[in-house]
Ligand binder design. Structure first.
Ligand SMILES: *[C@@H]1O[C@H](CO)[C@@H](O)[C@H](O)[C@H]1NC(C)=O
Ligand SMILES: *[C@@H]1O[C@H](CO)[C@@H](O)[C@H](O)[C@H]1NC(C)=O
Ligand SMILES: *[C@@H]1O[C@H](CO)[C@@H](O)[C@H](O)[C@H]1NC(C)=O
Ligand SMILES: *[C@@H]1O[C@H](CO)[C@@H](O)[C@H](O)[C@H]1NC(C)=O
Ligand SMILES: *[C@@H]1O[C@H](CO)[C@@H](O)[C@H](O)[C@H]1NC(C)=O
Ligand SMILES: *[C@@H]1O[C@H](CO)[C@@H](O)[C@H](O)[C@H]1NC(C)=O
Length: 413
């Protein structure tokens, strides 16, 4: 046993020493999307290997990385260039299915780089001493678009199938999203009224009612109770039931009643959004609520709305050009959220009724996996702030964000 440990240690030591370029990156993720024609929950890989030479290969194992030499790889591919998006055909159901695989880049029987799990559950706290002087607008923050649209109550049938294609944007609960590393939530509050003020709060996607707001609040509360992570809860649009200032006052009151023990008051943030992370940790108030409408009603508690950059487009090249536009990042002002997703138009929604169609939000998020890590690693790596995606696990965005935050912390020293 002792000898085995020693061998492992020596092997580990050499792998590290032999890794010439610390800028190598391997990200593994899982197509969250399930459509009729694709491998469900397929393990995908994005790698970027600047010191690539012909003959290097990518291999995936399902054993502990230390025993890769004696194990049979589950997937092997000769690399053809510095960077690529790879579909492996292996099954890796989210949220954690991808963690049972180990991907590595091999050269002449030496492991140059291997995938390592960045500890998504408490990635901020784990890097506290590195990140403490950065502010939220200086970070690369993984987020979800329409975070509460992960399930819809109701009976199976045509309506549910339609909303499965066109309204569902995520496939895990708010708690699982946070657990998977998300730190920006995009919530669209709605309420039902019976003559008078709001009686029950929901999360909507446009006009479609998704989950009860109490479920979202519970998950945020629980996550903040059991971690030291910092979360931005962005409420916007208020698609249904919010008619006047009174409705907003009621909702603000409700949020404060449920979450005041976590809310970092806007009035106590002397430097506003430029507040360094260390302050949130010092006060142990780690929830920032950004409120995009009538925040003046209680601007002491609620932070001004974060700008969301939404392309409202249906093609990846258009989305790329939109996200590339300059001057979006200003580390001293307010955070900017890229909505890195495609949007259907009403026409396509009503004409395609096929269940699990390749034209659904799921299928598009699945395709986005081929673009998002590449764009944000190779082009927008220093301009990215909040990046919100559909079907989180299909994007690889969490691991990428963590990797770049480590770089940003080093640059800022
Ligand atoms: C791999 O090993 C072969 C044979 O020893 C050698 O010729 C080749 O240069 C090596 N390749 C790399 C990239 O080191
Ligand atoms: C953060 O700033 C403080 C005070 O200037 C300094 O002591 C500390 O080393 C800094 N931390 C990092 C990670 O740069
Ligand atoms: C809804 O989709 C399921 C497959 O997920 C299918 O079996 C069922 O027939 C569909 N129902 C309707 C009413 O289209
Ligand atoms: C979180 O902690 C607070 C304060 O201790 C407690 O009142 C609340 O019930 C906890 N929430 C959950 C969901 O555990
Ligand atoms: C960023 O903000 C600073 C301070 O408000 C301002 O002087 C600067 O022009 C801004 N830069 C960009 C690129 O918007
Ligand atoms: C980061 O983005 C810049 C362009 O903004 C690009 O020149 C650079 O190569 C990127 N870094 C990596 C590691 O790809």
């Amino acid at each position: 046993m002792y000898q085995l440990l020693l061998v492992c240690f020596i092997h580990f030591f050499f792998s590290v020493v032999l890794s010439k370029n610390s800028d190598n990156i391997i990200i593994v993720f899982s197509s969250g999307a399930i459509t009729a024609t694709k491998v469900p929950n397929e393990l995908r890989i994005y790698y970027n290997h600047p010191d690539f030479v012909q003959g290097d290969s990518l291999r995936v194992y399902d054993v502990e990385p230390k025993s890769w030499r004696v194990a049979k790889p589950r997937f092997v591919m000769q690399l053809e260039g510095v960077s690529a998006f790879v579909k492996t055909g292996l099954r890796a159901p989210p949220p954690f299915g991808m963690d049972k695989y180990y991907a590595m880049i091999i050269r002449n029987d030496t492991s140059l780089k291997r995938y390592s799990d960045p500890g998504r559950f408490h990635w901020m706290e784990d890097r506290k001493s590195l990140l403490e002087n950065l502010s939220l607008p200086q970070l690369f923050i993984p987020g979800t678009h329409d975070s509460g649209s992960y399930q819809r109550p109701g009976k199976d049938g045509i309506v549910k199938n339609l909303t499965a294609n066109w309204a569902i944007c995520q496939d895990t609960s708010i708690f699982e999203q946070l657990e998977s590393g998300v730190r920006f939530l995009d919530i669209r509050p709605a309420c039902t009224k019976i003559l008078g003020p709001c009686s029950t709060y929901y999360v909507n996607h446009g006009p479609v009612k998704m989950v009860p707001m109490s479920q979202v609040i519970h998950d945020i509360d629980l996550f903040l109770n059991i971690t030291k992570e910092i979360v931005i809860f962005s409420v916007k649009q208020f698609p249904s039931g919010f008619d006047n200032e009174n409705d907003h006052r009621h909702f603000m009151h409700y949020l404060k009643k449920k979450l005041s023990h976590h809310i970092y008051q806007h009035s106590s943030a002397k430097r506003g959004w430029a507040t360094p992370l260390s302050k949130y940790w010092l006060k142990n108030k780690r929830l920032i609520i950004s409120y995009t409408s009538m925040d003046y009603l209680d601007s002491a508690t609620f932070w001004p709305g974060i700008e969301q950059r939404w392309c409202n487009c249906r093609e990846f090249p258009t989305l790329h050009d939109f996200l590339r536009s300059p001057a979006k990042w200003n580390s001293t002002v307010v955070p900017v959220a890229d909505m890195a997703e495609l949007t259907h138009n009403v026409g396509s929604v009503v004409t395609d009724l096929t269940p699990l169609t390749d034209n659904s939000i799921r299928a598009w998020a699945d395709e986005a996996g081929g673009f998002i890590p590449k764009w944000y690693h190779e082009e927008f790596n220093s301009s990215a702030n909040i990046v919100a995606v559909d079907f989180l696990h299909a994007s690889g965005i969490v691991d990428l964000a963590i990797w770049w935050n480590e770089k940003r912390a080093q640059w800022s020293r």
